[in-house]
Design a protein around this ligand. Structure first.
Ligand code: PLP
Length: 397
């Protein structure tokens, strides 16, 4: 018999993908440069030269078996050591290589982290606004997603709702800062309050509630800020990282789980993830990519375009009278729509070839998300179009 759960998922097509497909079709009609497609979070900046050079050098100089043979099932030790040393240097936490598990991007990292610290029937708490892929990420493990409604004022955590939702069945909390879709960076105060709540509830229920921190946008931070590192606030934290955005290589599928040295069962969690890999057929990322990543672990692509684009959008939305929280990082911004129905708002925008994503699916109804991982030239050309759309459709806003 076929699996009904996955069959049912076929009818739940991603709104973002559908919009992006629409934009591609429309592009064929009017020219892609005339469609202002801000739907998909696909990085647009070039990969750093050093990453390509590492691959070329490895292909020329490294032993074929090291490059193309099976790697150890928990990842290449020297790669894990380099990641650990980098994290220790940057965040002051004494990671060691045995606490690092290389994965296929953040998606692979979250798949392993979730399975390592939950069992079927458990609940995983997520704070709105949230990345909609968390629904399949969590629900296909046998655990269940439980969404805490957003703090609509500033998109930090709604702690009253969080306290109520953190019942005994909650095994883990999955956070994402800086956040897709809001662009908001959780403050030190938010992370301290979250750690206190997790400690309180863990003590009350007699089991540790794990924190899974999804950080693919960690390096895209604005205004010269230093982003607080969630693992520094709470012992039982598993960091899920991805180089998709920082090195602009989402197609290479590379990231890792970093287990806090203070985490319950810290020394067993990475070997457990090796066992999870056996079950889900993930195995290690490609050896060439792991080795090239290790040589570039502290590098990033030139990410400055995202801050330039953010400022252009933010300033326009403020000027046009939108309610909007200024992003602290990522390449997303999520203003409040000019009518209650965010789907209707985005449909009207489509008439102007502006492709925005209604944020109801992110747990922020009444808002819309813009992904500005495009050339600044395209953003600049979109601004007068947005002004025209708003002035014509919402003259009395
Ligand atoms: C919040 C969030 N988590 C996880 C992912 C998955 O990242 P990756 O491509 O590294 O698997 C994404 C991708 O856009 C994301 O936005």
């Amino acid at each position: 018999m076929i699996n009904e759960q996955y069959l049912a998922m076929l009818s739940n097509k991603s709104v973002i993908r559908e919009l992006s497909e629409y934009a591609t079709r429309r592009g064929k009609e009017v020219g892609y440069e005339n469609v202002f497609d801000f739907s998909l979070g696909n990085p647009s900046v070039p990969v750093p030269d050093s990453f390509n050079e590492s691959i070329e050098k490895l292909l020329k100089e490294e032993e074929p078996v090291k490059l193309h043979g099976y790697s150890p099932s928990l990842g290449i030790p020297e790669v894990k050591e380099k990641v650990a040393a980098s994290l220790t240097e940057r965040f002051g936490i004494p990671y060691t290589g045995n606490l690092i598990f290389p994965t296929s991007g953040a998606a692979g990292a979250i798949a392993h982290a979730l399975r390592a610290v939950t069992k079927p029937g458990d609940e995983v708490l997520v704070f709105a606004p949230y990345f909609p892929e968390y629904v399949p990420y969590i629900n296909t493990t046998g655990a269940r997603i439980k969404v805490v409604p957003a703090d609509m004022e500033n998109f930090q955590i709604n702690f009253d709702a969080a306290e109520e939702a953190m019942t005994e069945n909650v095994a883990a909390v999955l956070i994402n800062t800086p956040n897709n879709p809001s662009g908001v960076l959780y403050s030190v105060e938010t992370l301290e309050k979250l750690a206190l709540l997790l400690k309180k509830k863990s003590a009350e229920y007699g089991h540790n509630i794990f924190l899974i921190s999804d950080e693919p946008y960690r390096e895209i931070i604005f205004d010269g800020c230093k982003a607080p590192y969630p693992a520094a606030f709470y012992d039982h934290t598993l960091v899920c990282y991805s180089f998709s955005k920082s090195l602009s290589i989402p197609g290479e599928r590379i990231g890792y789980v970093a287990v806090n040295p203070t985490c319950e069962q810290a020394e067993n969690l990475v070997p457990m993830m090796g066992q999870i890999s056996r079950g889900i057929g993930h195995n290690c990322p490609s050896s060439v990519i792991m080795l090239a990543m290790a040589e570039n672990v502290d590098k990033t692509a030139d990410l400055s375009v995202y801050e330039t684009n953010m400022n252009l959008f933010y300033n326009l939305f403020v000027e046009l009278g939108f309610k909007v929280v200024r992003p602290g990082g990522t390449f997303y911004i999520m203003p409040k729509a000019l009518e209650e129905d965010d789907v209707m708002f985005c449909k009207k925008a489509l008439q102007y070839d502006l492709v925005f994503v209604p944020a109801g699916g992110f747990g922020a109804p009444g808002h819309f998300r813009i992904a500005y991982c495009t050339d600044t030239e395209k953003v600049e050309r979109a601004l007068p179009r947005i002004r025209q759309f708003v002035e014509e459709c919402y003259p009395n806003r």
